[in-house]
Design a protein. Structure first.
Length: 373
């Protein structure tokens, strides 16, 4: 009971420090908004308005139909139309076009006879992401035109084989809906660890740790008292980022909001404890901030599944990713928000987050000695 009362006193002391230092509140509540806006609008896998060069050497109604199919949407924008196939490479070199559609002479005649007609797609591979997406779109368009041509030849209203694709959980394949849950994790990781990484180090630098050691407050009470206010502040950050994600980027909430906040609470405890452990070990605000930044940004960006699939990584990196909390929280967030899963699906991730918190709490308590040496 005494330990709990002392932890509350430590928490009240930390709250008073936060209220006195307005920069902490600006950092804690302003930075999530700024980062979400920057990353949410800047990071996108949606590829539109790809510069297209059309090399039409046939000049028939069939070739014009194929050209119209390619430019009917927002994916491709025709920038050059010519009959000279030799012009393609210079267009790529000057960055005028990214993909070229070459329709050879005899294309329309071959289609009219029911023969195989060939067209050529050339892509600028210097930007492999855009090239891959462009070729995927182009192949889908070519398949659609091929099906219509086949239906005309067979004299039927519909082609003999019709494939209808239905995308679940993200029907528009919008990259924002895929990325924003990962952005939430990245933001919470950086803010939570940075906030708590400076707390105990600040006490050492200001000399107030001596006064704490002269009181009967135990190590665990100090750690929990330091953790409490930032935990509440972290839950406010969760609410803020979730609200902005739904309002600005249309992120769906298909699962339980209460479950989401429960999982977020466990994740916040793990991240705040990571920051406290850094603060206990470093005892210097500059060193603690550098360690916090290094231990959060790279794992949250590269080893969380936020952008790069974990399954495509080498086994060693997969093992490291499975130990770190960001990967588990990204997976849990997408499961709750996008697929509407419950605890029956995400419990392994919650257990991993809780285990990480317990291990770091134990390490921080043992490392935090009542000595200034």
């Amino acid at each position: 009971m005494d330990g709990l009362r002392r932890a509350r006193a430590m928490a009240l002391k930390e709250v008073m420090h936060i209220l006195r230092d307005r920069q902490v509140l600006v950092f804690a509540l302003g930075m999530p908004v700024l980062l979400l806006l920057l990353f949410g609008y800047a990071v996108s896998f949606d590829v539109e308005h790809i510069p297209l060069a059309v090399i039409d050497q046939d000049h028939t109604p069939q070739s014009r139909e194929l050209r119209a199919a390619f430019v009917s949407g927002d994916t491709f924008v025709p920038v050059v139309e010519t009959s000279d196939a030799e012009a393609v490479e210079p267009l790529f070199r000057r960055n005028v076009a990214r993909i070229a559609l070459v329709i050879p002479h005899g294309y329309g005649r071959a289609l009219g006879r029911g023969e195989t007609a060939e067209v050529q797609l050339l892509a600028d591979g210097s930007d492999n992401t855009t090239a891959s997406v462009a070729l995927g779109y182009a192949n889908a368009l070519a398949l659609s035109v091929n099906q219509r041509s086949l239906a005309t030849i067979l004299g039927t209203a519909e082609p003999p084989l019709s494939v209808r694709v239905r995308t679940l959980f993200n029907p528009g394949l919008e990259s924002a809906i895929f990325l924003v849950p990962g952005l939430m994790v990245l933001i919470l990781v950086i803010i939570a660890v940075m906030l708590t990484a400076l707390t105990i180090a600040r006490e050492y630098e200001r000399g107030s740790m001596e006064q704490l050691f002269s009181t009967p407050v135990g190590r665990l009470s100090i750690i929990l008292g330091k953790l409490g206010p930032y935990f509440v502040l972290g839950l406010v950050q969760v609410l803020l980022t979730l609200t902005l994600g739904v309002a600005l980027f249309g992120v769906p909430v298909n699962g339980s909001v209460l479950l989401l906040f429960a999982v977020a609470a466990v994740f916040l405890l793990a991240m705040l404890m990571q920051g406290l452990l850094i603060s206990v070990v470093a005892r210097n605000q500059m060193l603690a901030s550098q360690l916090a930044l290094l231990s959060t940004v790279l794992p949250a960006l590269l080893l969380s599944g936020f952008i790069f699939p974990i399954e495509n990584m080498p086994p060693l990196l997969q093992g490291i990713a499975n130990v770190l909390p960001p990967m588990h929280f990204v997976r849990a967030l997408r499961a709750i928000l996008l697929r509407g899963n419950g605890i029956a699906v995400i419990w392994p991730d919650v257990l991993a987050l809780a285990a990480f918190f317990v291990v770091l709490l134990t390490l921080a308590t043992r490392r935090f000695r009542r000595t200034l040496a």
